[in-house]
Design a binder for this molecule. Structure first.
Ligand SMILES: *Cc1c(COP(=O)(O)O)cnc(C)c1O
Length: 456
């Protein structure tokens, strides 16, 4: 093994940062077909009465474009990307040595921007397009707060007002994120709140003071409607996944400079944006035609195992059923995941596009316990000098499993964010107080049961 650091790729940012996003819907348009989907009768009324959140046409078109393989990043937006991109692609030499493995382990690090995660890639894009469309005020929901921080900053950059509903349990775990959001002039409300009918109802109905992204989303939509503002989402939608492909396009180029193509690409799975962002560019059809194949692996928490234990069905995305329903892998929108530190992975469902891929066995999934994730993150920080977000630590744990079991030649991990606001998780791990974050079996079966009843 080479004992050097010249694996860090250093070129000028302008040479590395992609000028386009990879539009996976062009290569894989067959996955968008809904013909074989039976819309369950009990849900059909939802589809007909729901109002799609007001979205600029430019973004809506991006979510349904199946003709352009690469979509040009507008110059003004790319300039903003250049403030923190290119992000590092590094080889984890010390981790390799520690594992005594021949696998070349690479990682892409998306945590070194003001928002602390990859979410800024789509936040800037969305703020740019909303601003162009004449929108003045954005309202959104955030789980762990990375999306809230990202959209607050992006709104500041493009001169928009911003209001954020933040899931209660995350707000208590990570008050610094609230401070960052407020620092950029946005308003933060703890969800469930008493500001909206949905929030009040959620508080009265059940013992769910932890909150969930589904409730916060419903609150944000209600609030946006009343304040005549626009509602934006941080993940799941095709346009959001598209914006995140800047990660994979960039990594693909960085790896090509090293004459490398990863055998595995591993990322954690919330609603799918960082997973899609890093991995889909490695699945470009022309690469496959050149004989370049890689296997994608998604890491999800055992407390929110939508891929490994959920079902593929129509479900609602938010607690009130205001947003359009999606055919996806889901645990049911009633499901409230335990209050694990990886707040970004607590969402009950995942992206429609990725769900269609998963149904066709186009990638694998692993469910990771909170203890495994955090201890892997701790190991990574000791060896590589970067503290990963608890979400990203799930990807590291899954990667370690792959290295051990499959012994691939090379592997690429996405480190979607930093964990500097998650020291509580790391402290609990050191003192042995960290729970494994397992799902409450009764909550899973109740929620799946309720979902299944809508399907008959
Ligand atoms: C939000 C978030 C995730 C999960 O969301 P995806 O859309 O699945 O990427 C993962 N990691 C970090 C650091 C996040 O902020």
């Amino acid at each position: 093994m080479k004992d050097s650091h010249d694996n860090a790729v250093v070129l000028s940012a302008d040479e590395i940062v992609p000028t386009s996003w990879y539009n996976f819907m062009c290569d894989y348009s067959e996955l968008l077909s809904k013909e074989d989907f039976d819309l369950p009768a009990k849900l059909s009324h939802i589809k007909s009465i729901n109002v799609a959140p007001k979205q600029p046409l430019s973004l809506m078109k991006q979510s349904y474009n199946t003709t352009d393989r690469e979509i040009l990043i507008p110059a003004e937006l790319r300039e903003k990307y250049l403030t923190y991109r290119a992000t590092p692609l590094r080889r984890a030499i010390y981790l390799e040595r520690h594992l005594s493995t021949n696998t070349r382990i690479f990682y892409k690090y998306e945590g070194a921007n003001i928002s602390g995660s990859h979410k800024l890639n789509t936040a800037l894009a969305q703020a740019y397009y909303y601003k162009k469309a004449g929108v003045k005020h954005m309202v959104t929901a955030t789980g762990a707060g990375q999306w809230g921080a990202a959209i607050a900053y992006a709104c500041k950059v493009f001169g928009l007002e911003c209001t954020v509903f933040m899931v209660n349990v995350s707000l208590e775990q990570k008050p610094q994120r609230k401070s960052i959001i407020e620092m950029f002039g946005a308003k933060v409300h703890s969800s469930p709140s008493t500001l909206t009918a949905v929030g009040k109802n959620a508080i009265h109905k059940k013992n769910i003071e932890w909150g969930s992204l589904a409730i916060a989303t419903a609150e944000a939509i209600e609030c946006a409607r009343e304040m005549n503002a626009s509602f934006a989402v941080g993940s799941g939608e095709n346009a959001v996944l598209l914006h995140q492909t800047i990660i994979g396009n960039e990594a693909l180029y960085q790896m090509s400079l090293l004459n490398e193509f990863p055998e595995y690409v591993v990322a954690c799975m919330g609603a799918g944006s960082n997973f899609a962002g890093i991995s889909l560019p490695f699945m470009k059809k022309d690469l496959i035609q050149q004989g370049k194949h890689c296997r994608l692996v998604a890491a999800e928490p055992i407390g929110c195992p939508k891929l490994t234990r959920g079902i593929y069905a129509y479900d609602i995305n938010d607690y009130s059923g205001t947003t359009p329903i999606s055919k996806m892998y889901t645990l049911g929108s009633d499901y409230i995941a335990p209050p694990i530190h990886a707040g970004g992975l607590r969402y009950h469902g995942t992206s429609e596009f990725l769900s269609a891929m998963y149904a066709k066995n186009m990638f694998d999934a692993q469910a990771i316990s909170q203890r495994d994730a955090i201890s892997s993150g701790l190991l990574f920080s000791e060896l590589e000098g970067i503290l990963p977000a608890p979400e990203s630590a799930h990807a590291i744990a899954a990667a370690l499993n792959i290295v051990k079991e499959k012994k691939p030649k090379s592997l690429l991990i996405n480190i979607s964010g930093h964990g500097l606001y998650d020291l509580a998780a790391y402290n609990e791990a050191r003192t042995g107080e960290l729970s494994d974050g397992a799902a409450d079996e009764k909550l899973i079966s109740n929620s799946l049961g309720a979902l299944q009843r809508t399907l008959v």
